[in-house]
Write a protein of this length. Structure first.
Length: 95
């Protein structure tokens, strides 16, 4: 699923995903409607980076592609940039 909100674009890959990917640069405060759900970005999010669609508590799975890609290393608010500063990769955990 993907969409265009004005000139902004996003990609939400699966209904079980709790993150979406920016297909353009977003400014903090951008208000998005994704498949009927509203999210306001708390941070600027660059092209190709993820942002949370819902609150993700510390220790909970971060899901993209309908697969767990990591674990929240701290509480992540809805609309927050999701990256190495708040997610521990499962790949890094295995090493």
């Amino acid at each position: 699923m993907s969409g265009t909100i004005g000139t902004k674009q996003w990609l939400w890959l699966h209904k079980e995903d709790n993150v979406a990917m920016a297909l353009s640069d977003f400014a903090a405060g951008a208000a998005l409607s994704i498949e009927g759900n509203s999210v306001t970005l708390k941070d600027a999010v660059e092209y190709g980076h993820k942002f949370s669609l819902v609150a993700i508590p510390k220790g909970e799975d971060v899901i993209k592609y309908s697969e767990t890609i990591g674990v929240a290393s701290r509480d992540i608010a809805a609309g927050e940039h999701v990256h190495v500063h708040n997610v521990q990769s499962l790949r890094a955990k295995r090493q």
